[in-house]
Design a binder for this molecule. Structure first.
Ligand SMILES: *Cc1c(COP(=O)(O)O)cnc(C)c1O
Length: 400
């Protein structure tokens, strides 16, 4: 591959940009994970995580990608053949559903169109039918990273309560935690699944389960086999700052700094506001280009990424390749069903306005050139608005 000068712009919805401070912290010498320095650090980190999940319950850390925490959530609480209610919001919900089948569960998949979040009314109706309480868990992906749709986790909680159903409630927050408002305790979630490489601004390699009392109680009688993912030994060791096997020491150094940085932004509320602002700016840019946002319900717009439909007859793969070659900028690809149809703009994690504008400006200029192509039948039929496509110096950048 040809060398590209200047800084690479990573604008995919995870892994996200790792702040230099976090990288420096990871660069510390590896310490004895059975020594006092490590013990002090892990106690700090385990306490700090509770603040981010908004919980008083234990948060366990696995040296794994987010997928590991998905498995831990299911394996610790359920038994072979258990019925689980899952909702097809997109690519990630589908993967979780496939995993549940592989683990020997019986997941029921509520069909979705990949443009909407989990519908509380549908979930309520399904649970109300389940008078024998055969469904043991409801699993929702909070922020569906393949579509840019954020499900209303609190509304789903209320739906479960209205149906007076005792199922456990499990939520994947891998691309929402520390980017979009989330409250494990207040929203009555039993297992929250999260990962390090998105809103938490770390490299991939850590994943998390926040575990309610009800989930812990369920784990006592759950019969799915688990060993590496077992909460019991993990929580027992964590009490004193230890781990049952070698933790990812250096990533935990990074996590300690990332947690500090979130606090230094004067609270999570400000972090969420920044994400909301960047998401709104992105949507306005997309509309000005005359393109369509994949998320069909404005109440479910994601603040951590925006998925954009390519105009009919144009390839997102080719588009992203040109953006990468011209501007050393990575945009997110379309996943499975959305392959070559949708590109995704990540605006989560360690991000600011100039970084966002770089990402938005480059496609604008490219879009102007898309518009000049002879065949450009847009999805919406009409012609593109001219705004943002005035002849500017930017266009010269594409003239290579
Ligand atoms: C990234 C992501 C995953 C997968 O996590 P890995 O770290 O790749 O295992 C799962 N769910 C959501 C919502 C994600 O964004």
């Amino acid at each position: 591959m040809k060398h590209q000068s200047g800084r690479h712009f990573l604008q995919i919805p995870g892994p996200t940009n790792v702040p230099d401070r976090v990288l420096r912290a990871i660069d510390n010498a590896t310490v004895d994970h059975r020594g006092p320095e490590f013990q002090q650090m892990s106690k700090e980190v385990l306490a700090g995580l509770k603040h981010v999940f908004k919980t008083g319950s234990p948060v366990v850390i696995f040296p794994a990608s987010g997928t590991g925490a998905w498995e831990a959530a299911l394996a610790n609480t359920l038994s072979p053949g258990d019925k689980v209610l899952m909702i097809e919001t997109g690519h990630f919900a589908t993967l979780w559903h496939t995993m549940a089948k592989k683990l020997g569960l019986q997941p029921e998949f509520i069909k979705g169109d990949w443009r909407h979040g989990a519908d509380p009314a549908t979930i309520e109706a399904r649970l109300a039918q389940d008078t024998k309480h055969e469904i043991k868990a409801v699993c929702v992906v909070h922020n569906e990273t393949s579509t840019g749709v954020t499900s209303r986790v609190n509304e789903v909680r209320k739906a479960i309560d209205r149906a007076k159903h005792p199922a456990l409630y499990m939520v994947d927050t891998i691309s929402s935690l520390a980017s979009i408002d989330y409250r494990h305790d207040e929203w009555g979630v039993d297992v929250t699944v999260a990962g390090s490489q998105k809103g938490l601004m770390l490299p991939p390699g850590l994943s998390f389960n926040a575990v309610s009392d009800k989930a812990l109680a369920a784990s006592k009688s759950a019969k799915l086999p688990r060993s590496y993912w077992n909460w019991e030994e993990m929580i027992a060791s964590n009490q004193d700052g230890w781990f049952p096997y070698t933790p990812a020491t250096n990533l935990l150094y990074g996590l300690r700094v990332a947690l500090k940085m979130l606090l230094e932004e004067q609270g999570l509320e400000n972090v969420f506001k920044r994400h909301d602002r960047h998401a709104e700016a992105t949507r306005r840019a997309v509309r000005a280009w005359g393109l369509e946002i994949l998320c069909a319900n404005p109440a479910e717009y994601s603040s951590s990424l925006t998925a954009v439909l390519m105009p009919e007859g144009h390839s997102e793969i080719a588009f992203r390749q040109v953006v990468l070659e011209h501007f050393n900028l990575s945009l997110g690809s379309g996943l499975t069903k959305l392959r070559d149809k949708v590109f995704r703009i990540g605006h989560l994690g360690d991000f600011n306005e100039p970084m966002l504008l770089t990402g938005l400006k480059s496609p604008v200029s490219r879009h102007c050139s898309i518009q000049r192509l002879p065949r450009s039948p847009l999805r919406h039929g009409g012609s593109l608005p001219r705004s943002g496509c005035r002849r500017t110096g930017e266009e010269a950048l594409w003239a290579r």
